[in-house]
Ligand binder design. Sequence first.
Ligand SMILES: [Zn+2]
Length: 78
Amino acid sequence: MFSAVTSSGKTVYLMKERYAATEASELRKTKFFCPVCREQLDVKIGSLKAPHFAHKQNKSERMLTYSGAICKKHTAKA
Ligand SMILES: [Zn+2]
């Protein structure tokens, strides 16, 4: 997905197709959380796909079930 919440509660949108290296490294330093399930998200900024947020993969089976149920829509897109 393209929106996430920071630890200070601010909503951030990844609207640009491309980010400069300095912007990208700033984004990677920031902690982002899913607005739906509050899990921490990874920032994906690469040359192949449009920048987006993605749920982390290294979580317990229980968390997977939880977020799968809550976040089916936006994880499918990410
Ligand atoms: Zn989520």
